[in-house]
Write a protein that binds this ligand. Structure first.
Ligand code: ADP
Ligand code: ZN
Length: 434
C-alpha cells in the first residue's frame, strides 16, 4: 500500500532540517517565556541561565526541568505565556494522579494540534472518505476534541460520539459505517467483547483502523483487538501538559510512535540524576513545546518510561520514534523490592491465553507487600471444576514468578466480574497508600 502523509515535506524532512527547526524555535520560545512568564524567569534566574545562553537545540540541557508540581503551584493560569483574551480553549487533565491541572490554547495552538492528530489519522490510511468515530471522552479531557480536530481537518466525516453507552456506540458504528475508531484500548476491547456477546459479527462493521491510546497497553493486546474488531490498531500518545493526543503517532511499521518533532523536542533522562541517557536506553521521557503560544512548557518531566530512536522508519518518516511507554514512574509497583509495571503483568496474562480483564491488588501483611492478580476466565473455562481452576491459578502464578520475579496470588474469577472502563482502565488497587 502506498504510504500517505499529511504534511510530507515535514514528516519526511532530513534530520538536519528538523534540528534546524528545533534550534530556531527553541531559541524563540525560551525568549518568549522568559519575557512573559515570571515563574519561568525566576526558575531560569535561579538556574543561572539566560535566554542568550540557548544558541541551539543542544543547549536545552541548560534549562531547568518543569514538573507536575510547577503546574499545581501556578494553578490555574500562572504558566500561560499569552493574556487570557488570546486563549480560545482550556483543557484540564483527567486527574488520574492527584489534583487537576489546566492548560490553554490560542487559535494557532489549535491549528497545530489539528495537524498533529491529522498526521496520525492519515498515517493509518484515513482520508476524506473516512468516517471517524471518536469515542474518547469529550470535555476537559483532551482525547475527544483532540482526535475530533484532526478528523475534521483532513475532511473526514467526523462522528463525535464521546464515551459511554456501549450499546449506542455499536449501533452507530454499524449504521453510520464508521471506518476509524478512536478510543482507549481498554474500551476498544470492551466494545469487541460486547459485540461478540450480542452475536454481532465483525463483518457488520466497516472498521479499517483504530487509534488507541491515553493509557498503557501491550503489543499483545494490540493484536487481540485487531483480531476481534477486524481492523489495524495504531498506538497514539499524548498528554494534556504538552498538547493532548498526537504528541507522537503510530504508523504501519508499528515500531514506536513518531514524535511531532517540528513542534516538540523529546529527551530521555535518567530519572534519578536528570542526565540524558544514550540513544535507545530506557529512561523518563521529557518534552519541550517549541511552537505553542499559550502554554509552551519546557523540559516537562512526563514520568512516562520509554526510549527513543532516530533511525529512519520503513514508512519513510524521519521523525524520531519513541517506544510505547511501559507506564509512568508513579504506576510502577515496588513489590518487596521488585519493580513491576502493570503492563508486564498484562503481557503474561495475554500470553497465557487470558483477556486483559484484570485487576492488580497490592496490600501489606505482617509488614510485607502482597500482590494479588484477579483475572477473568473466558466463558470456555468457567465450567471447569475447582481442581482445574486451581491448576490454572498456580500455572499463572508460576509464569508471573518466572517472568517478573515476584510472588503473586492469582485469583481466577467469573467472566464480566471486573468492572469495565469507558475511558482509562483502572488496573491497580494499592491498599498500601493510605
Ligand atoms: P491524566 O494525567 O489525568 O491521566 P492525560 O490524558 O494527560 O491525563 O494522560 C496522559 C498520560 O497517559 C501520559 O503521560 C501517559 O502516561 C498515558 N498515555 C497516553 N498515551 C499513551 C500510550 N499510547 N501508551 C501508554 N500510555 C499512554
Ligand atoms: Zn513509521
Amino acid at each position: 500500500m502506498e504510504e500517505r502523509y499529511w504534511q510530507k515535506e515535514i514528516e519526511t524532512a532530513p534530520r538536519e532540517q528538523i534540528e534546524a527547526w528545533q534550534s530556531e524555535r527553541l531559541i524563540d520560545t525560551v525568549k518568549r517565556v522568559y519575557e512573559n512568564v515570571p515563574y519561568y524567569r525566576d526558575m531560569m534566574d535561579k538556574a543561572g541561565v539566560k535566554p542568550e545562553d540557548i544558541k541551539s537545540r543542544d543547549d536545552i540541557v541548560k534549562l531547568p526541568f518543569t514538573c507536575k508540581q510547577d503546574l499545581r503551584d501556578t494553578y490555574p493560569y500562572g504558566l500561560f505565556a499569552v493574556p487570557l483574551k488570546d486563549v480560545v480553549r482550556l483543557h484540564a487533565s483527567s486527574g488520574t494522579t492527584g489534583k487537576q491541572i489546566v492548560v490553554g490554547y490560542t487559535k494557532h495552538d489549535l491549528e497545530i494540534w489539528d495537524d498533529c492528530t491529522a498526521r496520525q489519522l492519515v498515517a493509518t490510511g484515513a482520508d476524506e472518505n473516512s468516517v471517524v468515530h471518536v469515542s474518547y471522552g469529550y470535555g476537559l479531557f483532551t482525547g475527544g476534541l483532540g482526535l475530533h480536530g484532526g478528523a475534521q481537518h483532513i475532511g473526514a466525516t467526523t462522528v463525535p460520539v464521546s464515551s459511554g453507552n456501549t450499546q449506542r456506540q455499536l449501533t452507530i458504528m454499524q449504521d453510520f459505517g464508521s471506518t476509524v475508531l478512536c478510543c482507549t484500548p481498554s474500551y476498544a476491547m470492551f466494545l469487541a467483547e460486547t459485540a461478540e456477546k450480542q452475536g454481532i459479527p465483525k463483518e457488520n462493521f466497516k472498521l479499517k483502523a483504530g487509534i488507541f491510546g491515553a493509557e498503557p497497553w501491550t503489543e499483545e493486546m494490540r493484536h487481540e483487538i485487531e483480531k476481534r474488531l477486524g481492523l489495524e490498531a495504531f498506538d497514539v500518545y499524548g498528554l494534556t501538559e504538552i498538547i493532548g493526543p498526537g504528541v507522537s503517532y503510530g504508523c504501519h511499521a508499528h515500531d514506536g510512535m513518531h514524535v511531532n518533532e517540528d513542534h516538540f523536542i523529546i529527551e530521555i533522562i535518567n530519572p534519578e540524576t536528570g542526565e540524558p541517557v544514550k540513544e535507545g536506553e530506557q529512561g523518563e521521557i521529557v518534552f519541550s513545546c517549541i511552537t505553542k503560544e499559550a502554554f509552551p512548557i519546557l523540559r516537562y518531566r512526563t514520568r512516562d518510561i520509554g526510549y527513543v530512536k532516530y533511525e529512519k522508519c520503513s514508512c519513510g518518516r524521519t521523525f524520531a520514534r519513541m517506544s510505547k511507554p511501559m507506564g509512568r514512574t508513579d504506576d510502577m509497583l515496588i513489590i518487596r523490592g521488585v519493580n513491576v509495571f502493570p503492563s508486564q503483568i498484562e503481557t503474561v496474562l495475554i500470553k497465557m491465553g487470558y483477556l486483559p480483564n484484570y485487576q492488580i491488588i497490592v496490600d501489606t501483611k505482617d509488614n510485607l507487600d502482597t500482590l494479588a492478580v484477579k483475572v477473568e476466565m473466558g466463558e470456555q473455562h468457567f465450567d471447569d471444576v475447582v481442581k482445574e481452576i486451581n491448576r490454572r491459578e498456580s500455572e499463572l502464578a508460576g509464569e508471573l514468578k518466572s517472568l517478573l520475579g515476584v510472588n503473586a496470588k492469582v485469583i481466577l474469577c467469573a467472566p464480566n466480574s471486573i468492572e469495565r472502563s469507558e475511558g482509562k482502565a483502572k488496573r491497580v488497587v494499592d491498599n498500601r497508600k493510605k
